[in-house]
Design a protein around this ligand. Sequence first.
Ligand code: NAD
Length: 456
Amino acid sequence: MREISAVLQEQRQFFASGKTRELAFRREMLLRLQRLINRNEQAIFAALHQDLKKPACEAYATEVGMVRAELSHALKKLGTWARPRRVRTPLAQFPASSYLYQDPYGVALIVAPWNYPFNLALAPLIGAVAAGNCVVLKPSELASATSTLLARLLGEAFPEHYLAVIEGGIEVNQALLEESFDKIFFTGSVGVGRLVMAAAARNLTPVTLELGGKSPCIVERDANLDLAARRIVWGKFLNAGQTCVAPDYILVHEEIKDDLVRRMVQQIAQFYGADPAQSPDYPRIVNRRHFDRLQALLQKGQIVTGGTAVREDLYLAPTLIEAVDWQDPLMQEEIFGPILPVISFATLDEALQIVEGQPRPLALYLFSNNRKVQRRIMAEVSFGGGCINDTILHLANPNLPFGGVGTSGMGSYHGQASFTAFSHQKSVLKKALWLDIPLRYAPYAGKLKWLKLFLR
Ligand code: NAD
């Protein structure tokens, strides 16, 4: 890899040439990305399997398929998104018209995590390319097979002065953050998010931060328990729980707790068989450090099902756990693995008090068919996004911007929001020449009463 600063200098030059502003160029780059993905699907599956033992079906649903859907959506909508948008002009400005121009930021840095190493590198990239930026992409070193593959495929398909993949770990990322970018898009942990924002502050670089946190899943007394159990178990144990929007803990009404737990245990067996270690559909923990961290979380509480851990295989069984305390490390940090604590509540007030006592979560899931309960939670609780009567799937609708709030992140992407995340909205008022109302010019004598008439 060449010097980062040399790559950046070339990208600046290329951006200044104006090429990336051409819609035909952007469209061609998106099509090139699309072809590259279509041709290399098997290699992508293999890399994801090597990194996390992801089954192909899961890899397609949560990574390749989502990226393909984002790509086709962007290709379809690019013309509309990029067009200057006319907005209304107040009467006081007459005669004039007003426009929002979508301006690419310039050279953007995208830093990706390891848990969905393909999707979380390429979905932001689609937004950056559609919006007309040059990009430096840093995949996660912890998903090394995917990182290597991305570097090779993108390296072969795109010139470095337009799109450069820079592989590496913390030091490389620190070196990147020393440089001055026009936009930084970071997906990862809250702690590193703070470092990224501090580094960005030095150059006043705008940031999008896609971070994490403990996402609650509330199950009310009236919930459809079979569906709740199935959809929670799916959303939690997908990617062995290593999902930023996985339900982190369950808050369930005390009257139905045992029933829900029983059904979730059954559901785990239905998905992964009696011994999930043998299932081809159950992924592994990314590395030993995370494995040890997760195993340590199991020291407290009462395991209802699961708990089996095989270090050499990085296997941690889908685990339900009860009798946890909010002081336990399990409840103090984002779990980010296949451990699901179940906590009961007596009243919705109590459940909401628990949720609101925590930092604002990236996601919230509610299982209840009661409209009053649904309305109350939507009106009262602050969270990034979520689902009513499902988990995870809000991510898969490109018309729903995805992002956090508070410590779970700032800014959003997916669909048009990805385009907006990488664009500056240039606001322009276009004044007519045929009339110049003298009200604003000195001398002001006698003009105040007229000003008050127009400007209020
Ligand atoms: P991480 O913060 O450890 O790493 C993310 C990136 O930052 C990697 O590319 C890594 O190389 C780099 N990095 C790590 N430490 C650094 C440091 N000290 N200085 C500079 N750069 C550093 O996150 P992760 O472990 O890869 O991912 C897990 C976290 O990401 C979880 O908290 C999860 O909730 C969050 N996440 C959020 C989303 C989202 O969309 N909001 C998606 C996936 C993961």
